[in-house]
Design a protein around this ligand. Sequence first.
Ligand code: ADP
Length: 257
Amino acid sequence: MKKQRIVIKVGTHVLNDEDGLSVDRFEKLVEFLAQAMEKYEVILVSSGAVSTGYFKIKLDKTIIQNRQALAAIGQPYLIRSYNEFLQKHGKFGAQLLLVSDDFDSRKRTKAARDTVNALLKHNILPIINENDATAVEELIFGDNDQLSAHVAHFFDADLLVILSDINGYYDSDPKKNQNATLILNVSKISEQKLREAADAGSTFGTGGIVTKLKAADFLLNNNRSMLLASGFDLTDAKNFILEGKHSGGTLFSPKKS
Ligand code: ADP
């Protein structure tokens, strides 16, 4: 039977803490990826190049060109870390650097899809990041949320899993409102919700909740699903992916008609 295909996206906050790569979280993440690879065709979209670069050399991150340089410095270290840890599970990964234009061109999308398919056929983990040297959208706005939604759609995945510093989508920002409640299932995102999320703002360089909602909205409109779950505690993501149980995290999925 053909394996289902999933995209797993991991954000900067999950990968790094103040001292660099969070080895404990990284180890657990890679173990989860290896387990998921037994059951699914897995594509990883990983942020974290800029902060990895910053641990090597302290360039001023507020300058966009420096962020591009830091991404160029950090990316090979990040991939090396993935491969070091994947190796413990008898697996390895490959790097693909993409930009949104790659999804505007049928020829380029096909070439990228062919590469991904060839890697997956051999049980190799494609590790995708934005090519920050030639495109800066995700570096400024999205922390790869948008890119991962495009990857899921154009590379024909059944599900995108966003592993975040938050364990799901709440009815209001849980950092500001103690009584915020987690929403388990979403089948449609209204214009108003998107606007509210945009108004809530976000810290420079990361997407906050708005880019995640936009990613979910794009996938719902294309009849695909997305799970937003914690990358700090992988219990919910593991339950969903490995056990088929929705114990937590927000599942954005189109209503079956
Ligand atoms: P990551 O870096 O893990 O991809 P971000 O930090 O960019 O994630 O975005 C998640 C943050 O968005 C949360 O930590 C939370 O403070 C904020 N946020 C704002 N509104 C909401 C909401 N309605 N539900 C969940 N998180 C929200």
